[in-house]
Design a protein around this ligand. Structure first.
Ligand code: FAD
Length: 427
């Protein structure tokens, strides 16, 4: 962490801002969490305004929009502090960071002029709509939404679901097909900005997560028309936009999850040191210490993987594997941290008396959104093995045994090897 690399537009050092954010979350946000959990909008707005007045809002926006950093690695310590509360990303404006960067990078100047300032000031929020009912969200090839260019306007027809913030967004970045199935998916998709008040744009349902509506909605776009220049990047360049957003978003969200995981760890350790638990010597028990060490180990591991991924993105290196591994690791860390903390808290842990039950639900979703575990593992595994595909001959030549003596175990000739059916292998 280098304080000198921080805040080109501020005299403050990074540690001092990190401390301010920590104090704000501890003293202003966490005491209000039970109100915020009831969707108290006036409390949320009041905290947001206070964060703005204290210069703690929009920390990783582009510099021209008030951001303090140009490098992701510099922002990470702050991001972790912002997200010790589930409500931090809303209060510090970080929920819009990804949309603002995407628009800043890919949008036409007129679109930027329309939306960027309002997004950065927190007056409006945006959504990103890719997943569709009836198709496989993990496989972009299956997307069915369409857009056709007609007299200077894109005519959009789409059904989307599980779209975050759609109930309060003023604009939605919608992923559509602008080519038919004969066009490879790498050139078939495009991303269009759609104002939420456009004719034909409807919120048709609310998707509940573990029985509660948390802002995700189901959308229908019926012949919605948007101007030609409302496209991000060019026609058919959607995959590049999506991949850049995903990589950047996975690192940001992993850092927010890490902030929550660290809080669960802190809660668990403080709880073990309370008089109540000291009296029964809970912290002296090995199985209890095992919870502490396993979570600590996971936290440290995930943090270093996130930094590695962020550093590769900062340096414009191919970051795909590092980003996916960091995301996989951090969602596992959050799940482990919250599960262990709940265990130590006993019944209180699963009640509404702590934030743990709510964090537990969030942790479960992290293994599905932003790339399901299996999809990421499959993709990383393939890439790792490919690295070895044309080198195995060289390796096996180098490692051929040079020993001339007879091996102790003699491999039976093929005909003697018992037949093993393929089915048996799989099971
Ligand atoms: C809380 C929440 C918020 C969300 N927010 C948004 C949003 O704002 N915008 C948006 O567009 N979407 C959003 N989503 C949707 C999310 O992106 C998708 O759920 C995700 O991409 C997975 O797609 P799917 O649900 O269609 O599952 P599928 O793709 O059908 O996958 C189901 C399961 O199949 C298995 N699987 C899939 N692919 C592979 C593979 N390659 N190898 C092995 N197994 C595999 C996995 O077990 C996976 O969990 C959100 C989802 C949740 C839960």
């Amino acid at each position: 962490m280098k304080p000198t690399s921080f805040c080109s537009n501020s005299a403050e050092t990074l540690p001092s801002v990190v401390k301010k954010i920590r104090n704000f979350v501890e003293n202003e946000v966490i005491p209000q969490e039970s109100l915020l959990a009831k969707n108290d909008q006036s409390e949320l707005l009041a905290l947001k305004e206070k964060a703005k007045r204290m210069g703690l809002y929009g920390n990783f926006y582009p510099e021209k929009l008030g951001g303090k950093f140009s490098r992701l690695t510099d922002y990470l310590p702050l991001a972790e502090e912002e997200s010790r509360s589930e409500y931090g990303p809303m209060i510090f404006g970080s929920e819009s960071t990804l949309d603002i960067h995407m628009l800043n990078h890919y949008a036409d100047e007129a679109v930027k002029l329309n939306y960027l300032e309002s997004l950065a000031s927190g007056n409006i929020v945006a959504s990103y709509a890719m997943t569709e009912p009836g198709t496989c969200g993990s496989i972009p090839d299956t997307l069915r939404a369409t857009a056709q260019l007609k007299e200077g306007y894109w005519q959009i027809n789409a059904k989307k679901w599980f779209i975050c913030r759609a109930d309060r967004a003023q604009l939605v970045a919608v992923v559509v097909c602008t080519g038919d199935e004969s066009v490879p998916v790498s050139q078939r998709l495009s991303v269009l900005i759609v104002p939420a008040d456009a004719e034909g744009f409807h919120i048709v349902g609310k998707n509940k997560i573990f029985g509660q509506h948390q802002g995700q909605c189901e959308l229908e776009l019926n012949n919605v028309m948007v101007p030609e220049n409302f496209m991000l990047g060019g026609k058919g360049e959607g995959m590049a936009v999506i991949e850049q957003r995903l990589n950047f978003g996975r690192v940001l969200r992993s850092t927010y999850w890490l902030g929550l995981a660290q809080r669960c760890f802190d809660m668990m350790c403080y709880r073990l040191q309370t008089e109540r638990n000291k009296a029964i010597g809970l912290a002296d028990k090995q199985l209890i210490r095992q919870h502490v060490v396993k979570v600590y180990q996971a936290l440290v591991g995930s943090r270093s993987l996130i930094y590695r991924a962020a550093s590769e993105l900062d340096n414009h290196l191919p970051a795909d594997i590092a980003v996916k591994v960091a995301k996989l690791s951090t969602s596992q860390t959050l799940s482990l941290a919250v599960d262990s903390a709940i265990q130590i808290y006993g019944a209180e842990g699963v009640s509404e008396q702590t934030p743990l039950a709510s964090i537990y639900q969030l942790a479960r979703t992290t293994r599905i959104l932003d790339g399901a575990d299996e999809a990421l593992i499959s993709s990383v595994g393939k890439r790792l093995l490919n690295e070895y595909s044309d080198k195995h001959q060289e390796y096996s030549d180098k490692t051929k045994p040079t020993c001339k003596t007879t091996p102790i175990y003699k491999t039976p000739p093929i005909s003697e090897t018992p037949a093993i059916s393929e089915k048996a292998c799989i099971s």
